[in-house]
Design a binder for this molecule. Structure first.
Ligand code: SF4
Length: 436
């Protein structure tokens, strides 16, 4: 699962509107990428005045937010056709089609196909995403004011974690052939982007459906070789159970691969990981973190973690808190468990929602402490003369290669530029620096 920070899972939509088509995107980076691609398809197909809503099914809150946005859009824009897609719409198309103003529900398997947007296209039943065999690569060169470009390399998931509905929204794992990825990366570099984030649902499963089953590491190595002008490459969430040897070698040897990995851990207690049906245990998660730090000293490790999973005791929770320290995790994406209808976990004994939220808050506090330790370590390196390379997302703010947030004293840069900076202070919100 490659969710954007958890607050995004229940957050209001990201407005990716441009020209006469309004676009409201919920959920993950993959949805962001697809929303930009669909906006272009809708424009080209002549859907002037339409409102496109790309839904997310990761949490109940994300669905609630999307329904609220559709009702408001229908109220404020009477007569405007609302086109709905995304994982929540794929899983329960009729209930979304019944909302006010909804003119069409487009399935996840069809959302990047131009024919699905043809104005005259008859309302068709949402196709069975479980039967999807390919993933449409789409050239997207504009990311709504973002400084880094998202490139989809994979889609869907073959696993069945007990809390997750994503496989039912996105279908089986499908990979984008490396040639299409290279073309997409070259296009965004030509459009001026200096950093690319490879995204998907379970990118560690890259290649399992391609001839010769090239693993993620092999694809990344070929991409970096074929696009020597790509300065910064970042990976979205990785499953610790599926890191291949090529990827480990690249992490150790390739400076253009950013020293920041985000791991899809989900928990830190052995029994919870078993009940989640995760592919890794606590020992594997720890070994993965330690190997990454040994290969790339100073690397930043992020992780997705769920608090309040059914049957979680205070002892299980304490094991997760301990893992944050033992594994040297820095940036935590913490989700209070949200039961999803039809999942095995939803049939397990549930914890009270206030307890889930209280544990999520304690885990976030542990994450904030870990992040501050990391920022102070970067300050200590600066005192030894080390500089940071920062990608600016605004004239005075950006993120370093380790994905540490950084503010520049005396705004001199411009959105999308990569600068050298010398850290002068560290605090809970990140680093303060001056241009080197
Ligand atoms: S089933 Fe598991 S691996 Fe697949 S998307 Fe969901 S959480 Fe990720």
């Amino acid at each position: 699962m490659n969710a954007r920070p958890p607050e995004a899972a229940g957050a209001p939509a990201e407005d990716l509107s441009a020209g006469p088509v309004r676009v409201l995107s919920f959920g993950c980076r993959l949805n962001t990428y697809e929303s930009v691609a669909m906006r272009e398809l809708a424009l080209r197909a002549g859907h002037e005045g339409a409102i496109l809503v790309n839904t997310c099914a990761v949490t109940a809150e994300a669905e609630k937010q999307a329904r609220k946005a559709i009702r408001r859009a229908a109220r404020e824009n009477p007569g405007a056709p609302i086109l709905v897609t995304g994982c929540a719409a794929q899983i329960a198309p009729d209930s979304w089609a019944a909302l006010p103003g909804v003119a069409r529900v487009i399935g996840n398997a069809d959302k990047l196909k131009p024919e699905a947007w043809a104005p005259a296209a008859p309302p068709a039943p949402v196709s069975d995403v479980m039967a999807a065999t390919e993933t449409a690569a789409h050239l997207v060169t504009e990311f709504a004011g973002r400084a880094r470009a998202f490139v989809q390399v994979q889609q869907g998931c073959d696993h069945r974690c007990t809390f997750c509905v994503i496989p039912y929204g996105r279908g089986p794992s499908r990979s984008v052939p490396v040639g299409a990825i290279v073309a997409q990366v070259r296009a965004v570099l030509e459009a001026g982007y200096r950093e690319v984030v490879l995204t998907g649902v379970d990118i560690a499963s890259y290649g399992t459906d391609l001839p010769g089953r090239p693993p993620l590491g092999q694809m990344v190595r070929r991409l970096l070789a074929l696009v020597p002008e790509l300065p910064r490459l970042r990976l979205s969430s990785l499953d610790p159970a599926a890191m291949d040897e090529d990827l480990w070698r690249l992490l150790a040897e390739e400076p253009r691969l950013m020293p920041h990995l985000h791991l899809s851990l989900q928990h830190g207690a052995e029994l919870m990981l078993k009940r989640m049906r995760r592919r890794h245990g606590r020992a594997e998660a720890l070994a993965c973190a330690r190997r990454a730090q040994a290969l790339r000293p100073g690397l930043a490790l992020g992780a997705d973690l769920i608090a309040g999973f059914p049957t979680e005791t205070e002892e299980h929770f304490a094991e997760m808190l301990a893992l944050v320290e033992e594994a040297g995790l820095t940036f935590l994406h913490v989700f209070p468990y949200s039961e999803r209808p039809g999942t095995p976990a939803a049939r397990m004994p549930q914890l009270p929602v206030p307890l889930r939220r209280e544990r999520a808050a304690r885990l976030r506090a542990a994450g904030a402490e870990a992040a501050l330790r990391f920022y102070n370590a970067r300050l200590a390196f600066a005192r030894l003369g080390q500089e940071e390379s920062v990608l600016l997302e605004s004239p005075d703010r950006g993120h370093t290669e380790h994905f540490a947030p950084l503010r520049l004293k005396g705004a001199t840069g411009h959105h999308g530029a990569v600068l050298r900076a010398r850290v002068t202070a560290a605090g809970p919100d990140g680093l303060l620096a001056e241009v080197a």
